[in-house]
Design a protein. Structure first.
Length: 296
């Protein structure tokens, strides 16, 4: 309630620092709140509602720890062998999501809301993140996922390679099996089980993610809480790191749809140039991992 009745003209650096101090136990949240306050000042100044300085700019934000965790090549192979193996038939939507997240490296919310086909109304468009473009089944043509709602608000066409196309076709066929016929009328690749007209979210797959991590021994305790090494977000970081190691930071930044390479460098594991001369990697960023040595 500190800012509840405070006018912009009366808001000083001291008030902003006091707000930050109140949120000191949740530093990431504190930084996010200050960003929102800063946006208010920027908007007010742009629309001539306020002509003073933005006090948020004078406050030093809390240092945030950049999450630079990724799966190793062997861990990626383990995940893909499981997700695209026999287990897929028993849980095609969840395991399909895991595999596709590694193959194309998109953000969680971008993946969750993908439709099988383009929306026909504005309401349907607002409720999804994107859709498979019409020719995606044709192996003789290049095909794409079209994302209309990305984090940086820039529409994006995401290339579908042959391995990903086969996975999507398998996911589509799974809807017509007796065990999965409930999902056949859903417009989404990854619908809610209890409401097929809505896409999944993190809460709806959290238990399955935890079970998958426990299966492969990928859980650990941090600050009194159980953490998971594999998440859809870590999938994206793994994908970005692999692109950077093979094709450079600029290409990784473009594939990840970042606004600039600084974001890629700050948040992703990007090797030094000398580390780029490697031979034993998976065949390309979205194909099978043929060159990884098997662990005995």
């Amino acid at each position: 309630s500190l800012f509840k009745d405070l006018k912009l003209k009366d808001c000083t650096v001291m008030e902003v620092e006091a707000l930050q101090q109140r949120l000191k136990n949740t530093k990431t949240l504190a930084n996010d709140v200050l960003r929102v306050v800063s946006v208010v000042f920027t908007w007010a100044k742009k629309h001539e509602k306020y002509d003073g300085a933005n006090p948020v700019r004078s406050v030093v934000k809390y240092r945030e720890n950049k999450i630079k965790v990724k799966l190793s090549d062997i861990e990626v192979k383990t995940l893909m062998d499981h997700s695209e193996g026999k287990a897929f038939d028993y849980d095609p939507r969840f395991l399909g999501l895991c595999a596709i997240s590694i193959r194309i490296g998109k953000r969680c919310d971008e993946l969750y809301g993908i439709r099988w086909s383009a929306p026909t109304t504005e309401k349907e468009k607002e409720e999804c993140s994107g859709w498979l473009m019409d020719n995606w089944r044709n192996e003789n043509e290049k095909s794409y996922v079209f994302l209309h709602d990305t984090k940086n608000r820039t529409p994006e066409r995401v290339f579908i390679d042959q391995a990903t196309r086969k996975l999507l076709l398998r996911l589509e066929r799974s809807r017509f099996t007796e065990a999965n016929k409930h999902f056949v009328k859903s417009p989404y690749l990854f619908p809610m089980k209890r409401d097929i007209n809505r896409p999944i979210n993190y809460s709806s797959i959290k238990k399955k993610l935890l079970a998958l991590n426990k299966k492969f021994g990928w859980t650990y305790e941090y600050d009194g809480k159980i953490k998971m090494k594999f998440t859809i977000k870590i999938s994206r970081k793994t994908f970005g790191s692999k692109i950077a190691s093979k094709y450079g930071t600029e290409m990784a930044s473009r594939k990840l749809n970042h606004k600039d390479t600084k974001v890629t460098k700050d948040h992703y594991i990007v090797p030094e140039d000398s580390e780029l001369d490697i031979e034993n990697v998976w065949s390309d960023n979205v194909e099978r991992f043929e060159n990884i040595k098997k662990v005995k």
